[in-house]
Design a protein around this ligand. Structure first.
Ligand SMILES: Cc1ncc(COP(=O)(O)O)c(C=O)c1O
Length: 370
């Protein structure tokens, strides 16, 4: 976490620490922090303005709030489509609609870690009301074809909700290009604190009967925001966006963020391609997930060792101060479908803006020894 983010959070507690809508200075400042946060996230996502950005505890909680609201308006015979590749946070909330008589269809995953688009075409029909799909897989690095997904949902008049949590730190986002109804993301993935955000296209959130008190604002973006927000965390989010913008060029925040994300993407892709090639060349390791040919791919490389359990591989990496995760990372269905659940999932290495060539050399060296 950048120092300025940590400072913004602690300064909020030190100098402001109050509630909203008061007539005194610290409360006026708190209102401004919240307003600025919506503007910053709108600029980061390419939304048209702060009225499209709602704030929540995290992505999962916001998604449950949405699915609970959908449960109130969908009728028997209506269908929701999810995927087998997604993080459970974009499956569980929608699977919870099944007891309400809603059909929830799951798009198949191919052995190479890509979605089966023929199956997506088959699963979306005139009864589909919503497609809930991830943009990038946090387990395999797969980036999904949202242009095709949007075309298919438009054809049947279904809404589209996108889990942008893993895509957001690695690629520039322009929500208006895709035209999704909802996009969820989490600022701890892009150098901020734990905080969830929802982009909702104008009108999309207003038609949902989300849980709310009659004492709060009844319209978007506020209607889904129950209780007191985490003001200190929002001050941190503002600092994380300023940090990202400081890495870019251009006039205005949106342009600087776009330029920064392009630079970050180029850097991470460069390193990820080297790492992919190195691991791919090692006899004992097998990469699980798509290659870098053809479609976009996140700089997240997962693999299995012929003999060793992922826990053992991660332990050996940790012995050399290399932090790698093992398991399913909550994308449990994908790991099950690929037949890896019994053997502890995969080992995952994630590349970020602060990694450099030395990191790749070092991890490659250690993996070769393993
Ligand atoms: C792809 C993806 N979706 C959703 C989530 C859940 O996000 P949150 O922890 O903000 O609920 C994660 C977290 O790792 C994720 O990687």
């Amino acid at each position: 976490m950048p120092k300025r983010v940590i400072n913004a959070i602690s300064n909020y507690y030190r100098y402001y620490n109050t509630n909203t809508h008061g007539q005194f200075q610290t409360s006026i400042e708190t209102d401004k922090i919240i307003d600025d946060c919506r503007k910053n996230i709108a600029a980061f996502l390419g939304a048209s303005g702060p009225a499209e950005i709602s704030i929540g505890q995290n992505m999962t909680t916001l998604n449950f709030a949405l699915s609970n609201a959908f449960a109130r308006i969908l009728q028997k015979g209506d269908e929701v489509v999810i995927t087998r590749l997604d993080h459970e946070a974009n499956r569980g909330p929608w699977l919870s609609l099944r007891p309400h008589g809603i059909t929830v269809r799951e798009v198949q995953l191919l052995p190479d870690g890509r979605l089966d688009y023929d199956d997506l075409i088959r699963k979306i029909n005139e009864n589909t009301r919503l497609l809930a799909i991830g943009w990038a897989s946090n387990a395999l690095g797969t980036v999904n074809d949202l242009v095709l997904a949007r075309k298919l949902t438009y054809e049947v008049g279904a809404m589209m909700l996108v889990d942008g949590v893993h895509y957001a730190p690695h690629f520039p986002i322009q929500v208006q290009d895709i035209g999704m109804d909802f996009l969820l993301c989490s600022s701890y993935k892009f150098y901020g604190p734990h905080q969830g955000f929802l982009y909702a296209k104008p009108g999309a959130l207003d038609q949902l009967p989300v849980d709310r008190l009659n004492t709060q604002e009844q319209h978007a973006p506020y209607c889904i925001e129950t209780g007191t927000l985490n003001h200190a965390s929002l001050a941190g989010v503002n600092a994380s966006i300023a940090f990202l913008a400081s890495l870019g060029k251009g006039n205005g925040l949106r342009e600087r963020l776009g330029s920064a994300m392009k630079t970050i993407n180029k850097h991470e892709q460069w390193l990820a391609k080297i790492l992919y090639k190195e691991i791919d060349a090692m006899d004992k390791f097998k990469i699980i997930g798509p290659d870098f040919k053809g479609s976009e791919r996140a700089p997240t490389i997962s693999f299995v060792h012929e003999d060793l359990h992922p826990v053992e591989v991660c332990r050996k990496l940790a012995d050399q101060n290399i932090t790698a995760w093992d398991g399913h990372f909550y994308a449990r269905k994908a790991i099950e479908v690929l037949g890896l659940a019994e053997r502890g999932g995969v080992t995952r290495l994630g590349i970020s803006l602060y990694n450099n060539e030395n990191d790749i050399d070092r991890v490659t060296e250690v993996l070769k020894k393993i």
